[in-house]
Design a protein around this ligand. Structure first.
Ligand SMILES: [Zn+2]
Ligand SMILES: [Zn+2]
Length: 375
């Protein structure tokens, strides 16, 4: 999948105007009318449209910047520009009057909740099991310092949008055989803010928010797993024109461990057991994830694949150390020795003779015995 910014040939800091210009330039070049019977151009044209539909919408663009294409998949038709959402907001307005950010219809429709942001946090296996704190850096929309978030150049104020009268919505009435159909869409002039900024703030270009490098510390609870997502309310992108901030989604990526793996709250590992120990019995030592030395008793005649369970030596579940803990399951992997010395071979052969299992020199000997045993 091509990066949307690369596709349009603009930088990640490009303004809406630059994005629009780049899109027009590229779209003219790859338009199907200009390239008849050229499927490559047609595909490119479709991709360009997709890229533009995301990058031209500030909410979707923020999601794309934070999460990549995953952040905007399935978002088409949802969110700020969605006519059903707008209708719902209108209803809420009728019941509750003005919104929380100043009086009147204008102020309500102007403020906008910030978009959710996302960040992926890399953890090693031990950090995920026992929990940790992680500092993460990310770029978030924050209030513009120059205009205090209003979007208007210092000394000026936004005015009521003349196209939509401050509602932020454009209504279109259409006649159909089913009667009158009223559709609402976001006002194109004010982008749904209900206000027009005649002299935009030079710093934020009238948006009221600018990208800021932020650093936050995320508390990682014990027992988290790869792919888990945690929502930190109000820690996402700043809202526009006094709107509340969005949420921050933290997605965890846990690196595998060379020795241990997980099944829920249980830790799993395998340990090599020499063949002679498996036969005669004895013990092997294992260092647990906590750094504790564990002595594992091996019974005489232990079979390969035997699993030993150690209670409460697994992943701390729920409230960490004081609370429950999963178990540690150790699989005993009996090792068959290779590269035997002449002396060792002689002894093993002797053992085989004693047990009537000698197969060397009598091809198919053991196989014959197995066959015999099933009769
Ligand atoms: Zn500003
Ligand atoms: Zn408007």
């Amino acid at each position: 999948m091509t990066d949307y910014y690369e596709l349009l040939g603009v930088s990640r800091e490009a303004t809406q105007e630059e994005i629009k210009r780049a899109y027009r330039r590229q779209a003219r070049r790859y338009h199907p009318d200009a390239n008849p019977n050229d499927t490559a151009a047609e595909d490119r044209f479709k991709e360009l449209n997709k890229a533009y539909s995301v990058l031209s919408d500030p909410d979707k663009r923020q999601r794309y910047d934070a999460f990549g294409p995953d952040g905007v998949e399935g978002l088409v038709g949802a969110g700020a520009g969605d006519p059903f959402m707008a209708t719902f907001e209108d209803l809420v307005g009728q019941f509750f009057g003005a919104g929380p950010f100043g009086g009147g219809r204008r102020a309500r429709s102007r403020s906008r909740r910030g978009a959710d942001a996302g960040v992926r946090v890399q953890l090693d296996f031990v950090e995920a099991v026992f929990g940790t704190k992680k500092d993460v850096s990310l770029r978030l929309a924050g209030q513009c310092d120059q205009c205090g978030g209003s979007g208007a150049a210092p000394g000026t104020e936004p005015i009521v949008c003349e196209r939509c009268g401050g509602t932020g919505q454009q209504r279109t009435v259409r006649q159909s055989i089913l009667g009158q159909i009223v559709t609402a869409s976001t006002c194109q002039l004010c982008q749904g803010t209900g206000q027009e900024i005649r002299s935009p703030c030079s710093r934020c270009r009238g948006q009221g928010v600018i990208a800021k490098d932020s650093s936050i510390t995320v508390d990682i609870a014990a027992g988290v797993e790869d792919g888990m997502r945690e929502r930190l309310p109000g820690r996402g992108h700043a809202g526009q024109y006094g709107g509340p901030p969005g949420d921050l989604w933290v997605e965890l990526a846990v690196a595998p461990h060379p020795v241990f793996s997980r099944r829920g709250d249980d830790l799993l590992c395998g340990i090599a057991v020499p063949m002679t120990v498996a036969i005669l019995g004895g013990s092997v030592r294992l260092e647990t994830l906590d750094g504790e030395e564990l002595t594992i008793e091996v019974d005489p005649g232990t079979q390969p694949g035997t699993v030993k369970r150690f209670r409460k030596k697994g992943v701390p579940a729920g409230d960490g150390w004081g609370g429950r803990r999963g178990d540690l399951l150790v699989e005993l992997r009996v090792e068959v020795p290779v590269n035997l010395s002449e002396e060792e071979r002689r002894l093993i052969r002797q053992l085989a003779d004693l047990r009537g299992e000698a197969s060397e020199g009598t091809p198919g000997g053991l196989f014959a015995r197995l066959r015999g045993s099933t009769r």
